[in-house]
Design a protein around this ligand. Sequence first.
Ligand SMILES: Cc1cc2nc3c(=O)[nH]c(=O)nc-3n(C[C@H](O)[C@H](O)[C@H](O)COP(=O)(O)OP(=O)(O)OC[C@H]3O[C@@H](n4cnc5c(N)ncnc54)[C@H](O)[C@@H]3O)c2cc1C
Length: 416
Amino acid sequence: MSYSFFSLAREALRGHVGWRPAWRDAEPQPRYDAVVVGGGGHGLATAYYLASEHGMTSIAVLEKAWIGSGNAGRNTTIIRSNYLLPGNEGFYELSMKLWEGLEQRLNYNTMVSQRGVLNLFHSDAQRDAFARRGNAMRLHGVDAELLDAVQVRARHPYLDFDDARFPIRGGLLQRRGGTARHDAVVWGYARGADARGVDIVQNCEVTGIDVANGRVRGVRTTRGDIAAAKVALACAGNSSRVAALAGLRLPIESHVLQAFVSEGVKPLIDGVITFGAGHFYISQSDKGGLVFGGDIDGYNSYAQRGSLPVVEDVMQSGMAVLPMLGRLRVLRQWGGIMDMSMDGSPIIDASPVAGLYVNAGWCYGGFKATPASGWCFAHLIARDAPHPVAAAYRLDRFARGALLDERGAGAQPNLH
Ligand SMILES: Cc1cc2nc3c(=O)[nH]c(=O)nc-3n(C[C@H](O)[C@H](O)[C@H](O)COP(=O)(O)OP(=O)(O)OC[C@H]3O[C@@H](n4cnc5c(N)ncnc54)[C@H](O)[C@@H]3O)c2cc1C
């Protein structure tokens, strides 16, 4: 059922009795051509592009809880393509281009809002690093503007410029960056995939992966065994646990990342702002709440809740750049599990087990990657060859020492 002004008017006139569910709650079948494990944004986008771009329709997305119950529904919704390294920039720019046409393509309001992402800098050295990143972006055809302190003040006069512990010297702005409504992205891809025949099976946990003679045969689930020649893992924070079911050990640690939403206030922050002297970022939702977050919790966990020291750390960083934050009440707070890779870049690759594919290592930046991740993972699964813009995301780069370390911070997940 297409959503349009006319369908809205028609349903308004007949009491909204004609709307159908956006997707079926499918029963698992005994056999599919391909099974995608994980009903987050990446898994659903993968299934959608497998069906729409590669003509595969015998596909199931298996989700242990409800779709969007993981990080897809827990993130702070920032999208951007302001990357430095060649292996990353093309991929994230593909994602940005897919975001720009997503609503029309899915016929679904994913509330993509290109309100700008501004990374603040606080020292000469940081300005030089940001100028380098901006220049690299422009060489790749991506928009980037280096603002001085006067220009930043004109955009955001409420930031603490002069009295601050870390005076603001300027910022790197990507105007095409912004936000998108995370759960609408999940629902939009689910609806699009379902309309092309994909079975979306919720409350279906994968508990085993059948492998024989080095080739995948299917999966065992809490709702029965399912045979499939191709099994694609898109389990984000649970990637290591699910890959271990096939005997794989991934270079990933799982950590918690927390998010916070304040009480609603009048329109105040009309873009996304990140603090350059600490880990803090903030935007304002369409309902008025300030949405913000900071660093990951310092210990490994699979529990979707965070610890109080990080709450304090995030509030301190926020107050350092935006003192008025201290006058607001925090209404909601939650945590999600980050699949932190050892170089901060993701993995989209075939595994050593034939027919088993891995999509993981998204750290705390995988929401913006959702469209390109699905696009490239579907390409890999359908053609058994990496998509050119995701060719750097090989699993064996950790063995070869060919790390893709955007921050040059070393192989410590907590530094990315
Ligand atoms: C607080 C927070 C803020 C963030 N902010 C941003 C941001 O602003 N911008 C950005 O780009 N990124 C952000 N991220 C990161 C981003 O949300 C993730 O990188 C991305 O959502 C991961 O991909 P996904 O959507 O497919 O993951 P998920 O939604 O986590 O999907 C994985 C799914 O796999 C399922 N699963 C796991 N094990 C099994 C199993 N055995 N069987 C079946 N299903 C299973 C899970 O239930 C889950 O639904 C943030 C994350 C958090 C937690």
